[in-house]
Ligand binder design. Structure first.
Ligand SMILES: Nc1ncnc2c1ncn2[C@@H]1O[C@H](COP(=O)(O)OP(=O)(O)OP(=O)(O)O)[C@@H](O)[C@H]1O
Length: 900
């Protein structure tokens, strides 16, 4: 961030605000208090010369800081420019409205092969760069799309895949093309892996890495989809107004014969669906989507028979959820509660094609194997429900994995492919009121990606400096390794301690939390909340998150209950058996524990290895508001996402080096005025730049081959100097102009007065006579000339007053004015003039109040003598002014003469 220095009166600045994040304004006054309190440190300079429509690349901003970035995004979003670069990172703000014109075939054509940065920022431009880099350098590329739920990751990923299919697609020959299958895998995965949440009506509840393989000619030759951490708990537990996975509702809206075949009904009749009262989505037809999903399944190569089995299993899960238990005859035993429960038990067994009694036993009993014997132990109703839900979750997650495998097999992998483009659509950093094991894993993923991102951004910075031959050796690299060690270190990290706790039968979440408190009491990234005995806080790179450890142990255990494995392994349905392949000999014998956390850690390790072998490109999706509405830009919300998404971190890394880069000519244009002598006779912009910088006494900047590289705060320093120079110049111009105007006015008045005096003094007696004669005629004329003339006279009078000797005026006012208060107060006018000149620092000493007492005495005499006539023509003012006009060519005298 730019260092807030050199804030002076008149500086345009950004000030932090809790409601709208940043407010802009102009410094009016700097008090001592303000300078020394922290407030000023939170002030950032504003670039008043930033383009009105914003800049398409944030690195072009003169001030690379939070408020500048936010303002730029806001301006662009208002213009429906949803994409903006920050160097090579693309920021995509969800428009929450269809913008088909920016994604049509014509657009694709335009971006094809266009140099990066030449056209407007776009997701196609990123895909194009990745594709070109792959073709030209023969290196795999990856595009990492991240952002919070509802930010638009999945939509962005779809656009990327569409564009890559456009670039690398084959002419449609017979049957399905690979790219068609890749694109059609989306609706299938969405039906089984997406659900409505409070944050997004079509939220992906899993992470996804799509690898698109290309042959030597750059044609798509294969693809593979890897998924991460499906949210299993959603199958059994949802809260209002969310929904379960889409496929359950689609099936309940299937054609009648299927409803009957699977003994289904309205979603509200199923426990797994009726925990929330939201059954339908606005603008979405589940019946239509059911048929669309079946069509997509056809395209990705899922046979009719397999489709039937898939939906049969989905229906079975719904029925399993409706099996309720009550206490059995024996102590701590359970049995199906009533006929309804028995009906669902029977139907579930039929659909899964397994033995009814075996299913009941698998839900209500546990087999204990001791060295001496095998004991069957009953479960109480509560444990039976847990067992039931465990079965449903296991079956569903196995089904999801099967689908992913099937899609991969049917699209096919190209073993000979040397290059690929991977697209990662993964959940962003999460911090809710209640954060459990899922959030822990998600945030762990984000820490991993952040580390990768930091390394990459740092590398890119280095490359830019190297290109410009700049020394960057001292730029420190910020690492989040300490948080990653806290989570994943083996032994001793949180995941390792969790695994240990899961393997130890007597562990509870309290003992687990205690172990964490003891182990990490001195760790600066681990905090024990004062008022809790089971929660813990991790200080992630994106902020602190408080985790509730209650369900960590249960959720980490990744084993299929052997009874469930045996039951479904013995099903008469090959599809169901395929979901539960027999465990390898040694695993089934040994009680080797497998944990979700460790498995996930391994998956992430593999993902990072893949990503490290590719050239990464980043897309940060931003959700502009929580209302999911277009044209609403919530500053604070967006700021938070930019922080969490690492955009600000990227900027911070950049600020650690030389955040401001200006091409030489731009620099000279802007700051040449700071050192005009540097511009004299020198045509080498680089030399001029150096002279300017040295004349300002700046240290630590660097001069590259084409640009100036400034340290944080130096731009503000230069701008502050520039403001000073400009305002000094403005004051000088104003002073000169005003002096010139005043001098001009004075000269005119002086000349007029001298003429007037000369006239009066020259012919006093004639003047009296002539005055009276003329007044008479002139009074008639005045009636004709009308009001405009009066205005003019009044104006002139003001000027005339300037030369009136002060002591005379009050006398005039009292004695000679027939209209009393209509006279101008000479003293006042004079004072005002003085004040104005003093304020503007104008020299007024030369304004001489000429002694025209003799003239005024004369006028006074005439007016008093001919008071009656004076009344007729208005007031003394007119008479007075008349004297002035008398002198003007085309003045009153001339007019009157003409009239005569
Ligand atoms: N580029 C876009 N143009 C128009 N609408 C969009 C665009 N991107 C996102 N949306 C809208 O925002 C909604 C949410 O987007 P999307 O599902 O891609 O979010 P996500 O980041 O993948 O969320 P989650 O993590 O919950 O899956 C979409 O259903 C769509 O209505």
């Amino acid at each position: 961030m730019g260092t807030p220095v050199n804030i002076i009166v008149g500086s345009h600045v950004w000030v932090e605000d809790s409601d709208v994040a940043w407010i802009d304004g102009e410094v009016e006054k700097l008090t001592r208090e303000e300078v020394i309190t922290a407030k000023l440190s939170k002030i950032y300079p504003k670039d008043v010369e930033a383009p009105a429509g914003g800049v398409d690349d944030m690195t072009k901003l003169s001030y690379l800081h939070e408020p500048g970035v936010l303002q730029n995004l806001k301006i662009r979003y208002e213009l429906n420019e949803i994409y903006t670069y920050t160097g090579n990172i693309l920021i995509a703000i969800n428009p929450f409205q269809r913008l088909p014109h920016i994604y049509d075939a014509h657009m694709m054509q335009q971006y094809k092969g266009a140099p990066f940065g030449e056209l407007n920022p776009h997701v196609f431009a990123v895909a194009d760069v990745a594709y070109r880099a792959m073709i030209n350098e023969g290196k795999s590329n990856s595009i990492l799309v991240s952002g919070e739920s509802g930010a638009g990751k999945t939509e962005t990923t779809k656009m990327l895949m569409r564009y890559l299919a456009y670039l690398g697609g084959r002419a449609v020959t017979e049957g399905r093309t690979v790219e068609q299958q890749v694109l059609e895998s989306n609706p299938v995965l969405e039906a089984f892996g997406n659900a409505k949440t409070v944050r997004n009506n079509n939220s992906s509840r899993f992470g996804k890495f799509v690898e698109i393989q290309f042959d030597k000619q750059g044609r798509i030759s294969g693809a593979a989809i890897r998924t991460y951490l499906l949210e299993r708990s959603r199958v059994c537990q949802i809260s209002d107004p969310e929904r379960n996975y889409h496929c359950f509702y689609l099936l309940c809206a299937a054609p009648q014969e299927e409803i009957e075949k699977y003994k289904l009904g309205h979603p509200k009749t199923f426990h797994y669906l009726n925990q929330s009262k939201c059954y339908e989505l606005v603008g979405i037809s589940d019946a239509h989507d059911y048929l669309a999903t079946r069509r997509a399944m056809d395209i990705v190569g899922i046979s009719e028979k397999e489709q039937e089995a898939i939906f049969r299993v989905v229906a079975a899960i719904l029925h399993i959820g409706n099996i309720e238990f009550t206490k059995g005859k024996e102590v701590d035993s359970s049995v199906p509660k009533d006929d309804k429960a028995k009906f669902h038990l029977k139907t579930a067994a039929e659909l899964l094609m397994c033995d009814l009694k075996a299913l009941e036993d698998a839900l209500c009993k546990r087999v204990m194997v001791t060295p001496e014997e095998v004991i069957k132990r009953s479960l109480d109703p509560e444990s039976a429900v847990t067992s039931r839900d465990g079965l449903a979750k296991t079956v569903y997650s196995r089904l999801f994995d099967w689908l992913v495998n099937k899609i991969n097999n049917s699209i096919g992998q190209d073993a000979n492919s040397k290059c690929l483009i991977g697209v990662l659509d993964i959940y962003g950093f999460e911090s809710f009121k209640t954060n459990s094991f899922e959030q822990f894993c998600i945030n762990f993923t984000n820490e991993k990606l952040q580390q990768h991102f930091n390394q990459h951004v740092f590398k890119m910075e280095q490359e830019e400096y190297t290109k410009e031959a700049i020394d960057w050796s001292y730029i420190e690299f910020v690492d989040n390794k300490d948080v990653l060690d806290l989570i994943e270190k083996k032994p001793g990290g949180i995941i390792a301690l969790l695994d240990e706790a899961c393997m130890f039968p007597k562990s509870t979440h309290e003992t687990f939390a205690n172990k964490l408190y003891q182990t990490f009491k001195a760790h600066k990234r681990f905090i024990k909340p004062k008022l809790s005995r089971t929660d813990f806080t991790v200080a992630h790179y994106a902020g602190e998150v408080l985790y509730q450890s209650d369900l960590f142990l249960d959720k980490n255990k990744d084993y299929v209950i052997p009874e469930h494995q045996d039951l479904l392994g013995a099903s008469k349905c090959p599809f169901v058996v395929g979901l539960f392949p027999p465990l390898p000999e040694e695993t089934s014998k040994s009680s080797k524990f497998s944990s979700i956390g460790s498995r996930f850690k391994l998956q992430l390790q593999q993902l990072m290895e893949t990503l490290n072998s590719t050239e990464p490109h980043y897309i940060r999706c931003v959700k502009p508001n929580n209302l999911l509405k277009p044209a609403v830009f919530e500053n604070v919300n967006i700021m938070q996402q930019l922080r969490c998404g690492g955009v600000l971190e990227a900027i911070r890394i950049s600020c650690a080096g030389y955040p401001t880069r200006k091409p030489f000519f731009e620099f000279v244009n802007r700051f040449g005025l700071l050192c005009p002598s540097a511009l004299e006779g020198s045509y080498d912009e680089k030399v001029v730049c150096k002279k300017i910088l040295d004349s300002m006494g700046l240290k630590g900047y660097q001069i590259g081959k084409t640009k100036i590289f400034l340290r944080a705060g130096q731009m503000a320093e230069l701008d502050a100097r520039r403001t000073e120079v400009l305002s000094g110049a403005a004051k000088k111009i104003q002073r000169r102009t005003r002096t010139h105007q005043a001098q001009k006015r004075f000269t005119v008045l002086r000349k007029a007065t001298i003429s007037l005096q000369a006239l009066c003094r020259g012919e006093p007696s004639d003047f009296n006579r002539a005055l009276w004669e003329r007044l008479k005629h002139w009074s008639a004329m005045w009636a004709l000339l009308g009001q405009w003339w009066v205005d003019e006279v009044v104006d002139d009078l003001l000027m005339t007053c300037m030369v009136v000797q002060l002591p005379i005026q009050p006398k005039c006012s009292q004695e000679t004015s027939p209209t009393g208060g209509s006279h101008y107060n000479v003293q006042h006018v004079f004072k005002m003039e003085q004040e104005e000149y003093t304020k503007e620092a104008i020299d007024w000493s030369y304004i001489v109040f000429m002694d025209n007492k003799d003239v005024l005495d004369l006028i006074e005499k005439v007016c008093l003598t001919e008071k009656g006539q004076c009344y007729q023509i208005g007031c003394f003012n007119l008479t007075f002014s008349f004297l002035f006009h008398l002198q003007k060519p085309g003045g009153i005298i001339a007019l009157l003469d003409e009239a005569w």
